[in-house]
Design a protein around this ligand. Structure first.
Ligand SMILES: C[S@@+](CC[C@H](N)C(=O)[O-])C[C@H]1O[C@@H](n2cnc3c(N)ncnc32)[C@H](O)[C@@H]1O
Length: 252
C-alpha cells in the first residue's frame, strides 16, 4: 500500500514524463480565468511580498514554475532578478514564448489584481516579466543558498506519490535560499494523483497542514501555515483546498 492507501507501486517524480505536461489543458482548467483560489493565493503572497521595499531582494527563485505567470509577476516588485526553474520542455517553451511575445491577454486580470494589492509592481505585465530568466532544470540543479527568496506553488506535493520525496523536494526548496532567506509556498490540500483534461494521471501525494508543518518545522523559522477553502470552480482534482505557507531559512 502506498501512503494514499492504494495497492501497487508508488509513482515517483522520475516516473512521470514532465516534458509531456499538457500546457494548453492545464492553462484552460486553471489559469485562463481568475478563480477564487487564485485570488486567495495572490492575496496571501502579496501580503508576504509587501514586507519588502521595491528592488530590495537581489535574486529570487520560482521552483517548478510551470506555465503559471502570476507568481513571477508577484515577485517583480521586490526582486531585481527572478529565476523560473522548470524541468518540462513543454512548460519552458510556453514561458519562453510569453517572455518573447508578451503575456497572453488572459493574464491581465491576474496582473491587475497583483498590482492593486502591491502598487510597487511595474506598470505592465511585460515589464514585470522582464526581470525573469528561464532556467531549464529541476530541484537537483539548484545551487545551495543561491537565492534571497524562493517561491514554490503546487510542486512538491503535485509531482510524486512518495511522501519521502515530497519531503526531499521541500528540503531542496529551503536549501535554495541563503541562511535567513525567505520562503513562500502553496500546496494542494489532500490531493491524490490527478488528471488534466482527458490525459494520463500525474503523481501527487495527499498532504494536510500537519504534514506540511512536520516537513518544514525542523527546517525553518517563523513558519506560518494558512488554508483556503476548496475551490469548486476548478475541475474536481480530489483536493480539499489549498495550503499557504511562509517561513525563513534559519540564520546559521
Ligand atoms: C502541478 S505543476 C505546478 C506548476 C506551477 N508552479 C503552478 O503554480 O501552476 C508542477 C510543476 O512542477 C514541475 N516539476 C516536476 N518535477 C519537478 C522537480 N523534480 N523539480 C522541480 N520542478 C518539477 C513540473 O514540470 C510542473 O511544472
Amino acid at each position: 500500500m502506498n501512503r494514499a492507501g492504494r495497492p501497487g507501486g508508488v509513482r515517483r517524480n522520475r516516473d512521470a514524463d514532465w516534458n509531456a505536461w499538457p500546457v494548453a489543458d492545464y492553462l484552460a482548467e486553471n489559469y485562463r480565468h481568475l478563480h477564487p483560489c487564485d485570488i486567495g493565493v495572490i492575496c496571501h503572497h502579496s501580503a508576504f511580498y509587501r514586507q519588502f521595499a521595491p528592488g530590495s531582494i537581489g535574486r529570487s527563485l520560482e521552483f517548478g514554475a510551470g506555465p503559471n505567470l502570476y507568481p513571477l509577476m508577484l515577485a517583480s516588485a521586490a526582486s531585481r532578478h527572478i529565476d523560473a526553474l522548470e524541468p518540462s520542455t513543454a512548460n519552458v517553451g510556453y514561458l519562453r514564448d510569453q517572455l518573447a511575445r508578451g503575456p497572453d491577454d488572459s493574464w491581465q486580470a491576474f496582473y491587475t489584481l497583483c498590482r492593486e494589492l502591491d502598487p510597487g509592481l511595474p506598470e505592465t505585465p511585460a515589464e514585470a516579466l522582464a526581470r525573469v530568466r528561464i532556467v531549464p532544470g529541476d530541484a537537483d540543479d539548484i545551487p545551495e543558498g543561491a537565492y534571497d527568496l524562493s517561491s514554490m506553488n503546487f510542486v512538491a506535493e503535485s509531482v510524486t506519490e512518495d511522501f519521502a520525496e515530497v519531503t526531499a523536494l521541500c528540503a531542496a526548496f529551503v536549501r535554495s535560499v541563503r541562511p535567513g532567506g525567505y520562503l513562500v509556498a502553496s500546496f494542494m490540500e489532500r490531493m491524490p494523483s490527478y488528471r488534466i483534461g482527458a490525459g494520463p494521471p500525474w503523481p501527487a501525494c495527499p498532504v494536510d497542514a500537519d504534514a506540511v508543518g512536520s516537513v518544514f518545522a525542523p527546517l525553518t523559522a517563523e513558519l506560518k501555515i494558512n488554508r483556503l477553502a476548496k475551490d469548486r470552480t476548478l475541475p474536481e482534482y480530489g483536493d480539499t483546498g489549498v495550503l499557504l505557507m511562509t517561513a525563513r531559512r534559519p540564520d546559521s
